[in-house]
Design a protein. Sequence first.
Length: 97
Amino acid sequence: MKKLFDIGVAGLTLMVPFLAAYIGYSISDRSALAPSAIGAWVGASFGAGFFGAIIAGLLGGIIVFYLKKIPVTEDPALGDADLRDPQSSAPCLPQAS
């Protein structure tokens, strides 16, 4: 019975970061999952609970939403290299397979 109780406590403890992660996801897609979940996890350690998760999810999603709007210009040191193009003359970068 104690193990079942521990599983329930662990599930409800993880509920708060998951709630915040998916609130952030609904605002700014996958890039807001981790910041929102980490914010809610830190908030839960201070006793913020579900309202803290809602605030962390909103903050994480909105901040990432506006960070994604910042234009990224080319670095003159790399020349015409596009870091996402595997055929470019960029320095050796690991490629995802």
